[in-house]
Design a binder for this molecule. Structure first.
Ligand code: SF4
Length: 287
């Protein structure tokens, strides 16, 4: 049975398609990085304090801590949202401030985070939760909130343009789910690899492939250009290296280099100078 698409998979696709593939289409789990464990622990702590304050406000509210099964009244906490091939967990659902009788009841999602600053990944996760929440409702929510570790609530707009970007990601993920044996995206090492749970396997694979992404300063654009020219590995690239030829300054030449006139007063003025420039720059100082 295929796995459902979750916020983790959607966020992973934004960082690296291979990571999303490994999470969605394989049983691999990798080894979580220490940083991710610290953030997850902070998130759990923040969630516990949020639920405590919610229980004090709502008391033993019957709608608190349940699963989402169609429109219901009031606030709900720790809700698991489900839609065809998608699943998302939401910390808190509140009725939207602006309700219209024609469009039916609408809820807005709130997620509790484990960081002080709101990141792009958290926004994407909130957008996905809004998308799943909007399936049984008559419309997608227009706003959602993120609760930071500092206790601040960040209210974010979830507009149609952002939902379109999300749909493009979901389309790519659904293609993998529909394919009988989807192809794994190639290993392309990137900035996220240092904290990714699959870093050891991908690094080993990249070294076996001798891929260009092993070079730290190789940008995606430069890599694409090398691919267009038929260069796919570091070994191939090494054969293209040509050491730059140094120009030998001829003795008695009119042009002097920076090093040759370093001790003269015109050195801070230009890297190269001519006799003409030298005389014009030095004459005022010598006067
Ligand atoms: S280690 Fe890097 S290349 Fe591998 S899945 Fe993670 S982010 Fe992608």
């Amino acid at each position: 049975m295929p796995k459902p698409i979750t916020p983790d998979v959607v966020v992973a696709y934004g960082l690296c398609p291979r990571k999303a593939y490994l999470l969605l289409c394989t049983e691999e789990h990798g080894v979580p990085h220490e940083y991710q464990l610290v953030v997850a622990a902070d998130q759990r702590r923040n969630q516990a304090s949020f639920f405590n304050s919610l229980t004090q406000t709502l008391g033993d509210h019957p709608d608190c801590r349940g699963t989402h099964a169609g429109p219901r009244r009031g606030d709900r906490a720790a809700v698991v949202l489900e839609a065809p091939d998608c699943e998302a967990y939401c910390d808190h659902l509140t009725p939207a401030l602006r309700q219209t009788a024609a469009r039916g009841r609408r809820d807005e999602p709130t997620l509790v985070t484990g960081t002080h600053r709101i990141t792009h990944d958290q926004r994407l996760a909130l957008l996905f939760v809004g998308y799943v929440l909007g399936q049984p409702q008559s419309a997608l929510p227009s706003f959602g909130s993120l609760l930071g570790l500092d206790g601040r609530v960040h209210k974010l707009s979830l507009d149609e343009r952002r939902y379109s970007e999300l749909r493009a990601i979901l389309d790519a993920l659904r293609l993998w789910l529909q394919a009988l044996s989807p192809h794994a995206p190639p290993v392309v090492l990137n900035r996220h690899c240092s904290v990714c749970q699959f870093r050891a396997d991908c690094r080993a694979q990249a070294e076996r492939d001798d891929g260009l992404s092993l070079l730290e300063r190789m940008t995606p654009r430069a890599r694409r250009r090398y691919h267009e020219r038929g260069t796919f590995s570091v070994t191939q690239l090494s054969y293209m290296f040509r050491p730059r030829r140094k120009r030998k300054p001829s003795s008695g030449s009119a042009v002097k280099t920076f090093s040759s006139c370093r001790r003269s007063r015109c050195a801070p003025v230009r890297l190269t100078c001519t006799n003409h420039l030298r005389s014009s720059v030095m004459s005022p100082r010598s006067s």
